[in-house]
Structure formats: C-alpha cells, structure tokens
Design a protein around this ligand. Structure first.
Ligand code: ADP
Length: 387
C-alpha cells in the first residue's frame, strides 16, 4: 500500500475510534442526566406529597421550589415556574415573609409562628436552615388542636421568662452595687433600680391582662356605656404623658351622646393601649382619638398619630405577643410588647375587628370597629387587617 493510503487509513481508524468514544461519552452523559432528572423528579414527587410544607429558597430569597402543602398552609396559589423564580415576599403572604427576616440564616432554627389566612390565624411550626449552594430550606408544620396549644404555651413561657429575667437580673446587679456605694453614687443606681422595677410591674400587669383576655372562662360584663365618658377617662390618664412630649392630644366623639354595650374595663384598655402607643411612638405633632357611630352597625374608634409610622415589613407582626418593632425604643417608653396582643384579643371578645393603616414617615392609623353589642358580632370578628 502506498504510504499516503496507510496514513489515510490510520487517520480514518483514529477518527472512528474518537467518534465511537465520543458517542459513548455522550450517551453516558445523557444517561446520567436522565438519571439525575429522574432522581430530582422523584425528590420533587416525594416532597410534593409530604403533608409538611417544603420550600427551597435561593441565596436571594427567591422560591426555587414549594410543594402543595406549603402553598396550602400559606393560603396562596403554587409559585409560578418563572425564570428568575418569584421573590418570597411577592409570592407568600407578607407576615410569613416578614417572619423570616429575624434570626441568622446560617443556623437551623425552629419556632412557632402565627400566619394570617383567609380562614383566620393559623399556628405553624417553622424550621429554617441552610441548604446546598447558598440555598435555604423551610419546613412548615401545621399545628392543630392540642399540639398547637401546647407549643404556643411553651413558646409563651419561654418568652415571658426571658422578658422577666432581664429586669430581674438588672435589679439584682444594681442591689449588689448599692450595697457598697456611698450616698452620692447611690441616687442614680436607685433611679435605675426603680425603672427596672417599673418594667417588671408593667410586664406582670400586661401578662395578667393577656391571660384574662385569652381565658375562655373569663366572662366580660357588658353594659350600656357612654363612649364620651370612656374617652374622657383615657384623656385624663394620658394627657400628662402627651404634654410632657409637647404633643397635642385631640379627642372627638360624634355624636357626643354615643353609647355602646361593652365591658367597661375592656373598652378602657383598648382605648388606653392605642393612645398610649400613639404617644410613645410620636415625637412631634399630634395624636387624635376619634370615635363615631358607624351607619347603625356599631362604633368606629380611630387613633391616628403623626409619628414615624410602621415599616410594612413588620406591620403584619405587630399583634404578636412580645413582638416589638424596635425593642430598645419600646422598653425605654415602658412598652412590654404585649399591648397590641391584648387589644386584638379584647376587640375580638367584644365582637369587633381591627385595621391598621401606615406608611413609613406618615404616621399610623389604628381603626377598631365594634358592634353596638357583643351579642351581635361583626363579620370577621377578631381579625386584623393591614394596608
Ligand atoms: P410595645 O409595648 O412594644 O409598644 P405593642 O404590642 O403595643 O408593644 O406594639 C407592638 C409594636 O408595634 C411596637 O413595638 C411598635 O414597633 C409598633 N407600634 C405600635 N403602635 C405604633 C404606632 N402608633 N406607631 C408606630 N409603631 C407602633
């Protein structure tokens, strides 16, 4: 054979070998891809049928995967399979997205959260933790009946103990210091001890208030009340606090002879907590308390302030027990994080509902609607809405 042919034959043989090898390689890659896809489909299928909600988020909090149980628990349709995937905040309800902003995403955490749904609030155990490639997984377990009550109680006791522990530890420290101090240095220590004792007192008062509002065995005592008298009591109680901050406290009842059938203590607590908050969180301007008759159905109470308003991210959480937007500010102004939880419970027991409207920088408006009598509750009694 001429040498050129030999060369050509060798080149051809090499090309065939290469082509065969590449074909084998391509087939193997295709097979592995198919197997991977099948494994992924199997995982998805398994996750899809779990009764627990499963959500996978990418590093930018976008929903890569969510099973049917997760959509069901969050009361939203399945996430669209778009590219890029939808942001968690845009897909899930805002209170859920907001509840994830707390805590370290690098750690696995478990806590009990309340989710607002169309059928009322729902108690869910939320576990979150890091997943491969900077992703994050979320597991949602619906807590019903006794389990929910038990876990909520455990969560509550843990929070309450922590809240009580802070001023108690401070008091013990201050008393130790006082033991060795002379009269000159004792005065500021005593003042701090007094402030901590006041925090303890406010906390125990609110804990008892909440326990009462939530106790199904507690029977409120509704009777005919003149709204203007309740408003005057609140004004009397909080006038000085508003004046000390240079705020105008404006009250108006229309018509002035407006009456309601309600438990007197509950009505006073609702009004006082809302006005007290408005004063605490407002540095300049005014706080208005307006109560008016609502088209023959009931009474509308509006508390409006010219304060900083409430960040939309935390707005859905403000009625949670122990939730504070700014813990330092809340503590400094005597807050316990329980005021709005008490308000919501009492409003529900009175057959009413509550709505909050707020834009950052434009103040907050709390609107409570109560029926003329708790015997005729309003539709959606006990619910809170936000805008
Ligand atoms: P706190 O004791 O902290 O005031 P609340 O349950 O009364 O507890 O309120 C919960 C959170 O709601 C507060 O910590 C604050 O962040 C927010 N908040 C309530 N009322 C107002 C308001 N009028 N303006 C701005 N933020 C408010």
């Amino acid at each position: 054979m001429p040498p050129e042919f030999a060369l050509l034959a060798a080149a051809l043989a090499a090309a065939v070998v290469l082509w065969l090898r590449e074909r084998r390689l391509r087939r193997r890659v295709a097979r592995e891809l198919r197997e991977m896809e099948a494994r992924r489909a199997a995982y998805r299928n398994t996750a899809e049928h779990l009764s627990e909600g499963v959500i996978l988020l990418d590093s930018r909090d976008r929903v890569v995967f969510a099973n049917a149980a997760a959509s069901g628990l969050l009361d939203v349709p399945p996430p669209p399979s778009s590219d890029p995937p939808p942001a968690l905040g845009a897909w899930a309800n805002p209170s859920f997205a907001a509840s994830l902003r707390y805590g370290n995403p690098e750690e696995t955490q478990r806590r009990v959260v309340e989710l607002e749904g169309k059928g009322g609030p729902r108690t869910v155990e939320l576990t979150s933790g890091p997943a491969e490639g900077g992703k994050r997984f979320l597991l949602l377990r619906d807590l019903r009946g006794a389990v929910a009550v038990d876990l909520k109680r455990r969560d509550f006791v843990a929070n309450a103990s922590h809240e009580l522990q802070t001023p108690i530890a401070a008091l013990i420290g201050l008393l130790d210091l006082l033991e060795d101090s002379d009269p000159a240095t004792a005065a500021p220590l005593l003042q701090r001890a007094q402030r901590n004792a006041q925090s303890l007192s406010a906390l125990t008062r609110d804990l008892l208030g909440l326990a009462k509002a939530e106790d199904p065995g507690w029977r409120p005592a509704p009777r005919g009340l003149k709204v203007a008298e309740a408003v005057a009591r609140v004004e009397e109680r909080l006038r000085e606090k508003a004046a000390a901050k240079g705020l105008a406290l404006v009250v108006r009842v229309t018509p002035p002879e407006l009456e309601i059938v309600a438990d007197r203590g509950s009505l006073d607590t609702v009004l006082a907590n809302l006005v007290d908050n408005a004063i605490s969180y407002t540095e300049r301007g005014r706080v208005e308390l307006r109560v008016s008759s609502e088209g023959g159905v009931g009474v509308a109470i509006e508390v409006e302030d010219t304060g900083p308003g409430i960040d939309p991210e935390i707005l859905p959480r403000i009625f949670e027990r122990f939730f504070r937007g700014d813990p330092a500010h809340s503590r400094a102004s005597g807050g316990t994080g329980l005021g709005l939880a008490i308000v919501r419970n009492l409003v529900g027991r009175m057959g009413g509902r509550i709505a909050v409207r707020s834009r950052p920088g434009e103040g907050a408006l709390f609107r409570v609607e109560l029926p003329f009598s708790p015997a005729k509750p309003l539709p959606g009694a006990g619910q809170a809405s936000f805008s």
